[in-house]
Design a protein around this ligand. Structure first.
Ligand SMILES: CNc1nc2cc3nc[nH]c(=O)c3cc2[nH]1
Ligand SMILES: [Zn+2]
Length: 374
């Protein structure tokens, strides 16, 4: 019995975007969808009730971080991550590969796994595909990610070819180490950088292993947006149409729309929550830096077109005051709004796909948000 199911509902006639439905042991949701990031078993400053109120259906958490703190065995004893953090929606866990490469300075990759230093204590650690699976099993996430290497950008063809082949071998080892195929799904992660033949090879290797879903990895690592879009253009056609496709680490409103147009179904990114904490808000007219003095007497909501809790009840002047005083409630309000904004954007994308007008929606949104400005 597959714990993760995908149903393709329809494809937009104007673009390559797909409307789908993913079903997990903790609920089902329409796609394309954005997943709020809860790295340390919390979407920073948001309660599970906040997440339900904004209609979040699935959140992401990190194997590497939870392995270090509090340790996966404590979460296993708690009955898994859902119980530990009191979240009854779906949870996807990243496998730790990316965090090792992005957080740890010393690292040495070998066939068996990756040697690196704990970014908090400096102690030497060793992460393998089997260990990454063991940790995710303890967390009992609904969707696990295979342990992969996310190579730096740019990387030489030679390096990328070796890395892709090792990531495919690691994916096989993850499948072997998968202890609870009945309740946890496992997604393979396609690598290959900006090399079309390597992306095709990686997709073929992983598709042959018949994962219930596929991620496009190795992107949102500093490459220009046009490189990401080009890689998606020649990668997604090699992924199964009857499985979800997840673009890791993306992102900004324009990248979400352009990823959906290229057939991506699931997205995650720390951007909305991270920029919220320094007072930057996403609005339908572009970014708004709430600490700016010009908002000191501005009693309008963050976004006059938004009906979120923050925009219905508080003004820019008030939120600016809270942020200037470093008041936690200010972070809560900007975070709530930014997450709501992206979740709402994906709802508008799904509506546009239903009505075969995502191309028109993109033009109008980009114009209003200011993405077309030179
Ligand atoms: C913020 N950008 C970003 N977050 C990522 C997470 C990832 N996990 C596993 N594998 C990846 O390739 C990968 C790429 C990523 N890019
Ligand atoms: Zn709002």
């Amino acid at each position: 019995m597959q714990p993760i199911k995908y149903e393709l509902i329809k494809t937009c006639k104007q673009t390559g975007a797909r409307l789908g439905r993913v079903t997990t042991p903790h609920g089902s949701f329409e796609t394309p969808i954005f997943m709020p990031v809860g790295t340390l078993a919390t979407v920073k400053t948001m309660s599970p009730e906040d997440l339900h109120d904004m209609n979040a259906k699935i959140i992401l958490s990190n194997t590497y971080h939870l392995w270090l703190r509090p340790g996966e065995e404590i979460i296993r004893e708690a009955g898994g991550l859902h119980k530990f953090m009191n979240w009854d929606g779906a949870i996807l866990t990243d496998s730790g590969g990316f965090q090792v490469f992005s957080l740890s300075d010393m690292r040495e990759i070998e066939e068996e796994g990756v040697h690196f230093r704990n970014h908090l204590s400096g102690e030497k650690l060793f992460l393998t595909p089997e260990k990454a699976m063991h940790i995710q099993n303890a967390l009992s996430s609904d969707i696990m990610m295979a342990f992969d290497e996310c190579p730096p950008y740019p990387a030489s063809y030679e390096y990328m070819k070796n890395s892709v082949e090792r990531t495919s071998r690691w994916a096989e080892r993850c499948l072997q180490a998968h202890e609870r195929k009945d309740v946890q799904g496992l997604f393979g992660i396609v690598q290959g950088g900006e090399y079309e033949d390597l992306r095709k090879q990686s997709a073929a290797d992983l598709t042959s292993l018949d994962f219930p879903g596929y991620a496009v990895g190795g992107l949102s690592v500093g490459e220009p947006k046009e490189v990401m879009n080009r890689v998606l253009d020649f990668t997604t056609p090699h992924l199964p149409t009857n499985k979800p496709r997840y673009l890791m680490g993306v992102g900004s409103p324009d990248s979400l729309i352009d990823g959906a147009i290229r057939g991506i179904d699931m997205f995650d990114c720390v951007l909305p929550t991270r920029i919220a904490r320094n007072g930057t808000c996403m609005t339908s007219e572009g970014r708004l830096v709430i600490r700016n003095a010009k908002y000191a007497r501005d009693f309008r909501p963050i976004d006059e077109h938004c009906d979120c809790y923050a925009c219905k009840n508080y003004s820019r002047a008030y939120i600016r005051h809270l942020m200037k005083c470093n008041e936690t409630f200010g972070f809560r309000l900007t975070t709530y709004h930014n997450l709501y904004f992206l979740l709402k954007l994906m709802e508008q994308v799904r509506e546009a796909i239903k009505e075969d007008r995502l191309g028109d929606f993109r033009e109008a949104f980009f114009e209003q948000y200011g993405f077309n400005k030179p």
